[in-house]
Design a protein around this ligand. Structure first.
Ligand code: AGP
Length: 367
């Protein structure tokens, strides 16, 4: 790994490496292995109130918004409650209908992002209930919410968010578990997910340990002017987060797309000059995703495939990055880590100051 002028690693690098410990802290004291559930006392909601929730609406900006999309997927899958995420920066301007049966969730690392804060205030002004998923204790968003879950990721100072994103995912998994277990999620499924969550820190460690092997692939991406990040359903927000990270610190154009939508337009852009980073978890959509990747390869598009150990890519010409298997609902977290590493190494290759990307501030607190 490259060192800065002072010999120290960039903060982004250190924060990426802290993820096993951060995730462990997010989980600490909140899992109930006996009943396969989570206890989130900070929400201030009893089982009856949790059961009364008809919808979940998640609001955040940038990477927090993408983590929110991952969270919405988790909540729908585990709790079978309709859930979606929206950019708080859009929500606050569109005079949204505030529904008393919806649980609003504001997600933010800093707890100071003005768009998210003003969305929270508007919801509460109209009688809605908002809980926070926030890292910084006592921050403005944390104070403005009715209750919440602290991420306990530890201080994050690099502009490019890493450990906050993965701990947000874990926070949403805890919320989904608790919402699920007051509804129809079985104790067996609850226990399966609790065990999966407990495996995560070790598995993140494993992916990070292979980080050096990604420098070659990162160099290929750094050499391209433009690229795609593609995924389907659980993989799509991961692709958005991967593209965002790469844009922020390498200044390369990266566009995230749903794998299912490629044939409806962007396939026209595929060429040997435009690489695609694809998420291919070994889930119920793997065959369809593999077929879409063949479409890209057939047009000469270079492929980087982030997949699970043991997945057979057949004849597909691709650089392959394997992550360990966990429960499929938790796949987004482990798929996210190699994308952070790729963005980091691409930026370092290009000689950029990873911790001080141009035009960006750590938190956007003014309008
Ligand atoms: C992440 O890499 C970004 N720098 C940015 O999108 C960030 O996630 C966003 O501004 C939200 O910040 P917050 O989590 O502090 O609210």
């Amino acid at each position: 790994y490259e060192h800065g002028a002072t010999g120290a690693h960039p903060r982004m690098y250190t924060e990426m490496l802290e993820q096993p410990a951060s995730v462990e802290r997010t989980l600490r004291g909140r899992l109930d292995e006996r009943f396969g559930t989570a206890h989130l006392g900070g929400l201030g909601m009893d089982p009856r109130e949790l059961r009364a929730v008809q919808r979940v609406k998640i609001l955040g900006c940038g990477s927090a918004y993408y983590a929110g999309q991952m969270g919405a997927q988790l909540i729908e899958e585990l709790a079978r409650v309709p859930a979606d995420a929206e950019a708080a920066s859009e929500f606050r301007y569109r005079d949204a209908v505030i529904d008393p049966d919806t649980l609003y969730v504001a997600v933010s690392q800093s707890g100071e992002t003005v768009d998210t804060l003003l969305a929270v205030e508007e919801i509460r002004r109209k009688g809605g209930r908002v809980v926070g998923l926030v890292n910084v204790v006592g921050s403005a968003i944390a104070r403005a919410c009715d209750g919440g879950i602290y991420l306990h990721a530890g201080p994050e100072t690099a502009v490019a968010s890493t450990k906050a994103v993965t701990t947000m995912f874990v926070g949403f998994a805890l919320l989904a578990l608790q919402l699920g277990r007051v509804r129809d999620l079985s104790v067996a499924d609850g226990k399966r997910l609790v065990a999966g969550l407990l495996r995560l820190p070790g598995q993140i460690e494993q992916v990070l340990a292979g980080g050096d092997r990604l420098t070659g692939v990162a160099k290929t991406l750094a050499a391209a002017e433009s690229m795609f990040f593609v995924g389907r359903v659980r993989g799509y927000p991961v692709a958005r987060e991967g593209a965002q990270k790469l844009k922020e610190i390498s200044y390369r154009h990266a566009e995230a797309y749903q794998m299912s939508e490629l044939k409806h337009g962007p396939l026209a852009l595929i060429s040997p000059a435009v690489p695609t980073v694809a998420l291919l978890p070994d889930d119920e959509l793997a065959d369809r995703n593999l077929a879409a990747l063949h479409e890209i390869a057939a047009r000469g598009g270079p492929l980087v495939v982030v997949t699970h150990e043991g997945v057979d890519l057949g004849e597909l010409a691709a650089e392959r990055i394997d992550v360990p298997r966990n429960e499929k609902e938790l796949d987004p977290l482990l798929l996210t880590i190699p994308l952070q590493l790729l963005a980091y190494h691409a930026a370092v290759t290009l000689g950029h100051d990873v911790d001080r990307p141009r035009n960006l501030a750590k938190s956007v607190t003014v309008e």
